[in-house]
Design a protein around this ligand. Structure first.
Ligand SMILES: CC(C)(COP(=O)(O)OP(=O)(O)OC[C@H]1O[C@@H](n2cnc3c(N)ncnc32)[C@H](O)[C@@H]1OP(=O)(O)O)[C@@H](O)C(=O)NCCC(=O)NCCS
Length: 174
């Protein structure tokens, strides 16, 4: 795979991000306005993975609220999966958490989304609860996943191990 870069998402990226949203979630994707609103939100940080021709391959969004971070969105273009891109984005999001003295990272995930659950478990997220009928399109339950305190050695050592196994060439990193 070509070198990639991890860059802050801007308004210029929204059309392309929206195309990926539509492709992945034909029935229940975010609107373009949701992304524009998120980009204007001071609590939120959004990043894209781009290739050297600036094609968007993946993106993530995360909110920081006092000592907690909430991953709001994560998607990898279907043609670019299983290439560590989701891991690279989660690493970026967690590095931001360390900079902001965040202690815990949380998210919701569909209970049928075994790929994503396995991804989060790799980063030592644990399921701590469930929101019944959370998703409006099909009434599916959401699992609530949380990290342990990210400053604990078990979390940090696992995080370091994952980082060391990333074998992509990062040409730039915002
Ligand atoms: C879930 C998703 C983000 C994973 O992206 P990805 O770039 O392919 O993931 P990575 O290559 O970084 O894989 C990291 C880990 O995720 C898990 N994983 C990813 N795809 C998987 C699959 N098809 N089956 C099982 N586990 C999978 C594995 O634990 C993997 O670690 P491993 O390679 O050591 O086995 C991607 O499949 C996606 O965009 N899905 C649709 C959107 C979505 O579900 N987003 C999450 C919403 S909460």
């Amino acid at each position: 795979m070509e070198p990639i870069k991890v860059v802050k998402m801007t308004g210029d990226d929204v059309d392309e991000v929206f195309q990926i949203e539509e492709l992945i979630h034909p029935e229940h994707h975010w609107s373009k306005d949701s992304f524009y609103n998120e980009l204007a939100n001071n609590l939120a940080s959004y990043y894209c993975v781009k290739d050297t021709s600036d094609k968007i391959l993946a993106y993530i969004g995360c909110w920081h609220i006092i000592e907690e971070a909430h991953i709001t969105s994560l998607a990898v273009h279907p043609d670019y999966r299983r290439k560590q891109l989701a891991q690279i984005l989660i690493i970026k999001a967690i590095e931001d958490c360390y900079k902001d003295m965040i202690k815990y990272v949380t998210l919701e995930v569909r209970e049928s989304n075994t790929e994503a659950i396995s991804l989060y478990e790799k980063f030592l997220f644990e399921t701590i609860g469930m929101r019944k009928n959370y998703y409006q399109d099909n009434g599916e339950n959401a699992l609530i996943m949380f990290t342990q305190n990210i400053w604990y050695d078990t979390f940090k050592n696992n995080f370091k191990d994952i980082k060391n196994k990333i074998n992509k060439v990062l040409v730039s990193y915002d």
